[in-house]
Design a protein around this ligand. Structure first.
Ligand code: C2E
Ligand code: MG
Ligand code: MG
Ligand code: MG
Length: 276
């Protein structure tokens, strides 16, 4: 079996050799070919204004259409892609595809809304992110205000470098959101040091709003604090009407979740935009 796996010599020396690490290496190997073979696709999840109920944005979420294993969710390959560095190439593809698709919707006469793209911290480390984004916008013809970049909290980052990149992006007119707010290492540090337009309350807080009074307090406090800092708030993972009512009562700006729509194909978004 080791031989079959090809060049992965490290397998031989690993103490934790196991079926699952074998599978990880196989997946990593296959990932290199997946871009050329066009195996990645984007689904999009609508985001809604909590006051008007209208669709005000979409988040692009990558999936891997594996020729044998079928549709692989991002949670099963993004961490591997981050480990191997492949996330940079995958992230480049996601960024360009999301911008291209959004421009195509606009060119088809549909309402203009921003598309949100998830960034991995490695995309800041390895290259000049702001000029890459600028060239993708130029190439696709999408205006910067219709792109939003989602960043997550990470312990291993160079704060002044990331801050510089984000300032360049903000000056271009691209939106910046903090994803999974409340789950990372330094949420408040982000708000203090980075030019943030929006924060996304992590779905773990939203989930228990009804059952857990402290989660309800935390969500209400996050919304109030963000608004005092002139930052918009979107809640993730909204699944019930009660959760939505709570968020509305506490002046949350937007929501995203299965209650209104799971991530869907670009064709579905097109129909939803046409009907809105
Ligand atoms: P995320 O950015 O926090 O995205 C939200 C995730 O929550 C999505 O899972 C979405 O399908 C799911 N979700 C949305 N509404 C609900 C709900 O009401 N209930 C529940 N239980 N789940 C909901 P998905 O698509 O599997 O993505 C998982 C994570 O993978 C994303 O979390 C993001 O961190 C990462 N990811 C996805 N696409 C990309 C990408 O292009 N680049 C990078 N770097 N990461 C990505
Ligand atoms: Mg996200
Ligand atoms: Mg999130
Ligand atoms: Mg999340």
């Amino acid at each position: 079996r080791v031989k079959e796996s090809g060049k992965n010599d490290c397998l031989l020396y690993s103490d934790s050799w196991s079926n699952s690490s074998f599978e990880r290496l196989t997946l990593q190997h296959e990932m290199y070919r997946a871009i050329q073979r066009n195996e990645f696709i984007l689904h999009y999840q609508p985001q809604y204004d909590l006051v008007t109920g209208s669709m005000v944005g979409v988040e692009a979420l990558v999936r891997w259409k594996h020729p044998v294993k079928g549709m692989i969710p991002p949670g099963s390959f993004i961490p591997l892609a981050e480990e191997s560095g492949m996330i940079v190439q995958i992230g480049d593809w996601v960024l360009e595809e999301a911008c291209r698709q959004n421009k195509a919707w606009q060119d088809a006469g549909l309402p203009h809304i921003p598309v949100s793209v998830n960034l991995s911290i490695r995309q800041f480390v390895q290259n000049d992110l702001a000029s890459k984004v600028a060239s993708v916008l130029h190439k696709t013809g999408l205006e910067p205000k219709y792109l939003d970049l989602e960043i997550t909290e990470s312990m291993t980052m160079d704060v002044s470098h990331v801050s510089r990149c984000l300032l360049d992006l903000t000056e271009m007119g691209v939106g910046i959101s903090v994803d999974d707010f409340g789950t990372g290492y330094s949420s408040f540090h982000y708000l203090k040091n980075f030019p943030i337009d929006r924060l996304k309350i992590d779905r773990s807080f939203v989930r228990d709003i009804q059952q857990d009074p402290s989660d309800a307090e935390i969500v209400a406090a996050i919304i109030a604090m963000a608004h005092n800092l002139n930052i918009q708030v979107i809640a993730e993972g909204v699944e019930t009407e009660e959760q939505m009512e709570f968020l509305r009562k506490h002046n949350c700006d937007e929501m995203q979740g299965y209650f209104w729509s799971p991530p869907v194909t670009s064709e579905n978004i097109e129909q939803m935009l046409a009907a809105s």
